[in-house]
Write a protein that binds this ligand. Structure first.
Ligand SMILES: [Zn+2]
Length: 210
C-alpha cells in the first residue's frame, strides 16, 4: 500500500513536471527568420509585460527578457551608458495590417520590398528588443545615427552575454541571418546560450544547427 502511494506521487510529480506549470514554457531559443515563420500558438506560451519606451508610449516584452533587460540597463548605467526601449513585441496581426496598408497605398511590389512578411519578424517572439542609446543627453533614435555610435555600442555589446542577450544580426553574417548589421536589435536567449554564442562569434542560426 505504502509502495503504491509512493508510485502514485512519483507519477503525479512527473506529470506536473512535464506540464511545466505555466510560466516557464517559453522556448527562449525559438528561431524566427525569413524561412522559419513563428508558430501561431507561440504568443500563448509567453507572458508579455508592458514597459515604457523612450517615446512616452509603451511596448510589451516577455517577462524574463524584460527582467534581464532591466539588469543590463542598470549595469550599463554604472559604466555611464544609458539605454532605452524603442520597440518590443509586435503581433502577426499588426504586421498583416501594416502589409495591407502598404499594399493599398503603394502597391504589392513596394510593400513586399519594405515590410517584413507577417510571421517572419523576430519581434513576434516578444524576446527581441530594439534599444536606443542616450548620447549627450539625447536619445539617438535614427538608425543611421546609431551606426555612428560605435564606442557606445561596444560598451553595450560587451555586457550582453552576461545578461542573456545576443546581437541577433551581427556584422558580416548577413548571408546567414538575412539581415544587415543591426547593433540595436537585441535578442534574449538566456545566459548559457548567450555566452556560448558570443564566445564563438556565431549567429543563432549557426548555434542551433550544430
Ligand atoms: Zn528589431
Amino acid at each position: 500500500m505504502k509502495k503504491l502511494l509512493c508510485l502514485g506521487m512519483i507519477v503525479v510529480m512527473a506529470v506536473v513536471g512535464l506540464c511545466g506549470c505555466g510560466a516557464d514554457k517559453a522556448d527562449y531559443l525559438v528561431l524566427v527568420n525569413k524561412s522559419n515563420l513563428i508558430d501561431s500558438g507561440f504568443v500563448d506560451t509567453i507572458e508579455l509585460v508592458e514597459v515604457g519606451t523612450v517615446y512616452d508610449s509603451t511596448a510589451q516584452i516577455e517577462a524574463k527578457a524584460l527582467a534581464a533587460y532591466e539588469d543590463l540597463k542598470a549595469a550599463l548605467l554604472n559604466e555611464g551608458v544609458e539605454i532605452g526601449i524603442d520597440s518590443g513585441y509586435r503581433s502577426v496581426e499588426k504586421q498583416e495590417q501594416i502589409m495591407a496598408e502598404f499594399t493599398e497605398k503603394y502597391g504589392e511590389e513596394y510593400a513586399k520590398k519594405t515590410v517584413a512578411v507577417p510571421g517572419t519578424s523576430e519581434h513576434h517572439t516578444g524576446l527581441a528588443i530594439d534599444i536606443v542609446p542616450k548620447v549627450d543627453g539625447e536619445w539617438v533614435v535614427e538608425n543611421e545615427d546609431m551606426m555612428k555610435e560605435t564606442e557606445v555600442f561596444a560598451v553595450i555589446h560587451e555586457k550582453l552575454a552576461k545578461y542573456g542577450f545576443i546581437i541577433r544580426y551581427p556584422e558580416g553574417k548577413e548571408d546567414i541571418t538575412g539581415y544587415s548589421y543591426e547593433p540595436w536589435h537585441l535578442r534574449y536567449v538566456g545566459v548559457s546560450a548567450a555566452k556560448k554564442i558570443s564566445a564563438k562569434g556565431i549567429t543563432l542560426e549557426e548555434y542551433l544547427s550544430k
